[in-house]
Design a protein around this ligand. Structure first.
Ligand code: HAM
Length: 451
């Protein structure tokens, strides 16, 4: 086998030997933070994706996709500092500054903006992109992950806020998780912006204040306080901001109800609660006024789903981003949605023993008694496959005992045996692996009963 090496020189390598360039033995590990999906891992991923798709369609969302590589400025302008610092960015061979997508929302906004005029509203789309962020790999956080994105464009109603949160909750319920396992915490960025300003945080410092508050779930109060002060928020004001954690809507109404922006957001949040209760979601949703979300483009409702036992990172996050479409060059259309990653969710499902059993890989296994019956066995194998059955056989004509063992391991529900006598009479013996019952039948009847 010939191998083209980086220096352009060619080396002859024996087939089957690990490929190595001079002195550099290639490793069998994937890059840090990147996963190999062995069949059992992929089975779990497929189970998650299948459930996501089923639930998204139940809500009337349709699937779309976009390119994994985008222009760098799509993120530098709109995603916020944290994600920009984690970009896999480079200059392509045409001299363009590009990046692997770290999130789907900018692509979604760009795609909708390009065709917004022609699309009936509300636009309800979902996607399951693979995303790339150069994070420090840790439990629940990798450098690539798959993320369900569910978004609605063209709606400002509270009902659409509830619809999106309900969809996220139902994704998890459909996977077998309940209100003892997770909680959707929600808040409103407009409300928090108005309240922080009333507390004395200048508008220009809001992004820094949000970035500090966004870490409140992981860091200590002192840490958040220090970041606020570092950003330029006064100590007294920073203390007031921290007190938000213990406030509820009534407290905010008492203290800041006279401010129009506050009262408007409070009214939306009250309606949100009422509608979520009407939708049967009371036990799944909780107000959390410290929640602001790290991404820069959110404008109204924000929410995150967390594991109740606090063992894992956020499972899901989203909110309203009413200005983003216009900011990427489209019409001014309100939008909202969420992203739910496969990494934390997979960890949670494993933790709660909610990973489905391995599926059988075969329906039928055709055993041939000796090599002489291989042609007859092949005819049966291929005729059954043509009828849609998953069928295996032994490539090496090993002993019947060995073939039964392999058939057992494959989980096949039926074993079909052909020996010299059966070939002569155009028959076969069919054994049900579940019951052990055996019947002799014409091969033609085997096909008429299949598929
Ligand atoms: P996000 O909060 O950055 O939001 O990500 C959403 C979810 O994706 C997180 O809660 C987490 O489950 C998963 N996730 C994010 N980063 C990683 C990582 N490095 N490793 C594993 N899982 C991760 C967004 O991306 C928004 N664009 C979501 C959105 C859609 N908002 C509106 N529409």
């Amino acid at each position: 086998m010939e191998c083209a090496c980086p220096a352009g020189r060619r080396f002859l390598l024996p087939v089957g030997q690990a490929v190595s360039y001079i002195g550099v033995l290639m490793t069998t590990s994937s890059l840090p933070g990147f996963r190999d999906f062995y069949p059992a891992d992929l089975a779990l991923r497929t189970h998650i994706f299948r459930t996501w798709r089923t639930v998204a369609r139940r809500y009337g969302f349709v699937e779309y996709d976009g390119p994994p590589l985008e222009s760098l400025d799509l993120y530098t302008r709109k995603s916020g500092e944290e994600i920009v610092g984690q970009l896999y960015g480079f200059t392509d061979q045409g001299g363009r500054e590009v990046a692997l997508r770290p999130e789907m929302t900018p692509t979604f906004a760009r795609m909708v903006a390009a065709r917004a005029g022609g699309l009936p509203k509300p636009i309800k789309w979902f996607s399951i992109p693979q995303l790339f962020r150069y994070e420090r790999p840790q439990k629940g956080r990798l450098r690539e992950h798959f993320q369900l994105n569910v978004d609605i464009v063209g709606e400002t109603s509270v009902a659409s806020d509830v619809e999106v949160v309900a969809a996220a909750i139902d994704m998890l319920r459909a996977l077998g998780l309940g209100s003892a396992d997770f909680v959707a915490r929600y808040s409103d960025r407009t409300l928090i912006s108005a309240v922080l300003q009333e507390m004395g945080v200048p508008e220009a410092l809001l992004p820094a204040a949000f970035a500090a508050l966004d870490k409140a779930d992981r860091e200590s109060e002192q840490w958040v306080f220090d970041r606020l002060v570092e950003a330029g928020v006064g100590e007294l004001e920073a203390k007031r901001v921290l007190a938000l954690a213990d406030m509820d809507l009534a407290d905010l109404s008492d203290q800041f109800g006279a401010v129009a922006a506050v009262e408007e957001s409070l009214s939306r949040l009250r309606q949100f609660r009422e509608q979520a209760e009407a939708a049967g979601l009371a036990e799944f949703v909780e107000l959390d006024l410290r929640l602001v979300r790290g991404l820069a483009y959110y404008t109204g409702l924000v929410f995150e789903i967390w594991d109740r036992r606090g063992k894992f990172r956020a499972i899901c996050g989203g909110g309203r981003y009413d200005d983003l479409l216009e900011a990427v060059g489209g019409p001014a259309l309100p939008a909202l949605g969420f992203g739910m990653g496969d990494v934390v969710l997979g960890e949670l499902l494993r933790d709660r023993d909610l990973v489905p059993d391995d599926e059988a890989t075969l329906d039928d296994f055709v055993i041939h008694v000796s090599e002489a019956e291989l042609p007859a066995a092949l005819r049966i194998v291929h005729s059954l496959r043509a009828r849609g059955r998953r069928v295996g056989f032994d490539y090496r004509s090993r002993s019947v005992g060995r073939q039964f063992k392999v058939a057992n391991q494959s989980g096949a529900e039926r074993v079909i045996v052909v020996g010299p006598e059966e070939v002569e009479r155009d028959e076969c013996v069919v054994r049900s692996m579940g019951t052990g019952d055996e019947v002799r039948m014409d091969v033609a009847d085997l096909f008429s009963g299949a598929g």
